[in-house]
Design a protein around this ligand. Sequence first.
Ligand code: SAH
Length: 339
Amino acid sequence: MERLDRFMARANAAYYATRDPYADFTTSPEISQVFGELLGLWAAVVWESLGRPDPVLLAEAGPGRGTLLADALRAIRQGAPSFGAALRLHLVETSPRLRAEQARRLPGARWHDDIESVPAGPLLLIGNEFLDALPVRQFVCRGGGWTERYVTDGMFAEQPLPLPPPAGGEGFGCAPPPLAGGGWEEGSVREVCEPALALARQLGTRLAAAGGAALFLDYGPEQSTFGESLQALRHGHPADPLTEAGSADLTAHVDFDAFSAAARGAGGVVYGPVPQGLFLARLGLFQRTNRLAREQPPRRAAALIDAARRLAEPDRMGRLFKALAVCHPGVPVPPGFAP
Ligand code: SAH
């Protein structure tokens, strides 16, 4: 019997180390080159507002194939060459297989197992679909208290918690924090992603002290809710998350509320979450796409425009996906977050 988060951590480590995730899913930077280009220019604008520190760390958490940063760097070299000269690339990636792929596209980068080992100094960090891969715990309301889910023989088993739920705040080692507005019902599930909350606290502390900003794009509801969102994709199709560990990509919705509160509690200033469609449109997704499309033959132009719409339309990736930034308190509202 294994606690769900430990099962998910083990399964995903095996999955990313041995499989090609892009055979199972695609992501925004793989859909349109404009995604990475806009995020690169976002980082350049924030760098300006930090007073152009040189050197500055440009980092990505979970870079996948390295596509986002390859597109970002191309746009930065064209549009913000002095930022291009000042930046040092740092990648947070645990999969040796993906590290090798990233090395081919991002020469000169340095790799880390976690954000804590990224060197000190002003930091601009980007994470697309990184937080959703971090392991969640699941708690179930039972008889006025909580049980926790474990995995055994491909099925869930519930175990009573050793201690009663604490009153709230940090350190819910044994139960999820209470939710504003109640909604407590027998059998309801609460998910908690402890590594995401730990990361939010680390970033809040680090960015408040050393300067910089972190931008996350990921999917999940705006407010913390009851409900389970653990899901698996195997060979590109929804699958049972609890069987054949390591053969499927496991993700869960990001709890943006809880992430923001943890980052704020540690001294960071949080912007968003803003729906991805609105965020990208504010950054100029359609202007840049149209400019690119004008120079292309009609079929390629139509594909570029459809890719942009896929990222931005509410019933595609525009609403469920959201952008959230954690910043040093001196950073003005970053691009995409001001109405
Ligand atoms: N950002 C990429 C890839 C998303 S998939 C894109 O948008 O295409 C998730 C990425 O996070 C993969 O690179 C995976 O290897 C990495 N990853 C997953 N869990 C991790 C962890 N605990 N620490 C560091 N990297 C992790």
